[in-house]
Design a protein around this ligand. Structure first.
Ligand SMILES: Nc1ccn([C@@H]2O[C@H](COP(=O)(O)O)[C@@H](O)[C@H]2O)c(=O)n1
Ligand SMILES: C[C@@]1(CO)OP(=O)(O)OP(=O)(O)OC[C@H]1O
Length: 161
C-alpha cells in the first residue's frame, strides 16, 4: 500500500528568536515565532506524514495550549510522529519539501537539513529533497514578515521490492 500526504505551515519572522529550519539553526538577524521552536519545515513535513496516515495534524498531537510543548524541539516532535508511521508498518518512499522565504539564503544549509530529515525518517538522503524559493518580494514572505513551507511525502507499507 502507498499513501501520500501533504503539509503546509507558516511562522512569523521576528527579532530575538532563533531561525531553525529543517532541524538546522541558520544564522540570521531574525527568527521564527511560535509556541515551539517554530521549525516551519519540520512542521509541514510532520503534517504531511500525519496526512498520509490520516491521523490529523501536529496541533492535534501537540496542542499549542499545552505547556509541555512550549519551546519544543520540532525534531523530537517529528521523531514522535515518525514512530506512529513505523508502528503502522510504513517506511518512507520519498519526501519533497519547499521552503518559501525571501531571506535568508537557504541553499548553504539544505544538505544538512536533508541529512537530519533522512536520519529522522530512517531513510537515505536520496529519498529526501529540500528546496527553497523566494516569492520575488511579493506577499508576506516577499516582505520578510514570515516563512512558509510545504511538504509532500509518499509512505510505503510492506516489504521492499
Ligand atoms: N530563501 C531562499 C530562496 C531561494 N534560494 C535559492 O535561490 C534560487 C532562486 O530563487 P527564486 O525564488 O529566485 O527562484 C532557488 O532556486 C534556490 O536555489 C535559497 O537558497 N534561499
Ligand atoms: C508545534 C506547536 C506546539 O508547540 O506549536 P507552534 O510552534 O506554534 O506551531 P504550529 O505550526 O502553529 O502548530 C503546532 C503547535 O501545536
Amino acid at each position: 500500500m502507498i499513501r501520500v500526504g501533504q503539509g503546509f505551515d507558516v511562522h512569523q519572522l521576528v527579532e530575538g528568536r532563533k531561525c531553525i529550519i529543517g532541524g538546522v539553526e541558520i544564522p540570521y538577524e531574525k527568527g521564527l515565532l511560535g509556541h515551539s521552536d517554530a521549525d516551519v519545515l519540520l512542521h509541514a513535513l510532520s503534517d504531511a506524514i500525519l496526512g498520509a496516515l490520516a491521523m490529523g495534524d501536529i496541533g492535534k498531537h501537540f496542542p499549542d495550549t499545552d505547556a509541555e510543548f512550549k519551546d519544543a524541539d520540532s525534531y523530537k516532535l517529528l521523531l514522535h510522529i515518525w514512530k506512529l508511521a513505523t508502528e503502522a508498518g510504513y517506511r518512507l518512499g520519498n519526501a519533497d519539501c519547499t521552503i518559501i522565504a525571501q531571506k535568508p539564503k537557504m541553499a548553504p544549509y539544505i544538505p544538512a537539513m536533508v541529512e537530519r530529515i533522512a536520519a529522522a525518517l530512517g531513510a537515505e538522503a536520496s529519498q529526501v529533497n529540500v528546496k527553497a524559493t523566494t516569492t520575488e518580494q511579493l506577499g508576506f514572505t516577499g516582505r520578510g514578515e514570515g516563512i512558509a513551507a510545504q511538504a509532500i511525502v509518499c509512505l510505503v507499507q510492506g516489504v521492499l521490492s
